[in-house]
Design a protein around this ligand. Sequence first.
Ligand SMILES: *Cc1c(COP(=O)(O)O)cnc(C)c1O
Length: 450
Amino acid sequence: MLELLEMLSSQEYHKNVLNALKEQDPQIYKLITREYERLQNTLQLIAAENQCSQAVLAALGSIVQNKTTEGFPGARFHGGCEIVDNIENIAASRARETFGAQYANVQPHSGTSANQIVITAILEKDDTILSLGMDQGGHVSHGANVSFSGKYFKVYNYNVNKDSFLLDYDAIKAMAIAFKPKLIICGATAYSRTIDFKKFREIAERVGAYLLADISHIAGLVIAGAHPSPVNYAHFTTTSTYKPGGPRGGLILMGHDFDRKITVGGKELPLWKLIDKATFPGVQGTPYLNNIAAKAVFFNETLTEQYRARQFKIIENAKRLASNLADMNYDVLTGGTDNHMVLINISNLRDGMTGLIAQQCLEECGIIINMNKLPYDNKNAKVTSGIRLGTPIVTKNGMGHGEIDTISALTDTVLRKVKILSESKYEIDDSTRDEIREKVRQLCSKFPLC
Ligand SMILES: *Cc1c(COP(=O)(O)O)cnc(C)c1O
């Protein structure tokens, strides 16, 4: 009887979570409600965003968040860890299964933290990194001088080819031979073509470097086999967990090399142990166990056929978007896409057009994209020549080719009609804005958030 009562009261606890917010803090409750409405009534085309399931949200908002502990399952520094140990073990095991990995570390707080853990595990101060420059589509945590990764290490950047905007593996190899990096990083935030991880590993082997593949943007595609997997080519694979559609957070994976021995300070350690130690106590304290619970939920979703099939659909939609826009005379970088994103040199559409104007006028009309610096961009980072569009969220909500055609046409109408006043100022007439907004709202209303 007592047990039943306890069970009922704990269920009440869960159910009351949202009500508690509503009653205790109506101001924030209302803002969260408005964010739901914004997401429902506008088109989310930011390539770095995705939409997690309700089950993932429930785990994120659960009382597991209250547990404090340090260390890894079975070797924690606080009592009361039996249940969270179980949760973390399940999350790691599902992540290994999802990616076909030998080792998965679900503790990194973010994609950036995952990179920080790998970099600090492997490198000593002043060691050398070779990575794709941030202005070429790389990520800030790959050695940009404003980041920890650029501050304490010597960084050389490779570029994409100036004409094709593609990775040039011969040029990367030549740089690796010249600079003898200890770590080579591949992976990008703005690259719409397939990355050849095998070639990167060959280059790393040639110069005795470690290879880190950061697949944050393409992790979902890798899971589905819609993009080749680096897990057994790279020594370390990292990803953010929200970009493939899970909770905010990071993940570190290792394949064949997970137990390769390395000598550090006279002691021999397997690589995975080095990563564990760099995670805690190296870079982080208590892991976010609610996020880890949510990662467990997500890495069960990623094992389903439904999730995997959707990744192919995301690419089909991106290809459709790229070809529609190319047909309308947009300058699509590399002429198309192999993944979920489309990069466009918008400054070639009209005189004076910038990424900033495109982003802002589209947002006024309910189409959410982001401006993006392009390789060899001649515009400054505040306005950019480029925009980046992505299809994960519209695809998640069920949109297909017909809707992509509508989105292409609406986007084109806005970008042709906007009056350009300077590189950051524009005007769009009220009737155009209201008409497009309403069309966007009607389109979105047929595809409820899911
Ligand atoms: C998004 C991204 C990250 C950072 O992930 P956060 O969780 O936002 O810190 C790292 N690397 C690449 C390539 C990314 O696209």
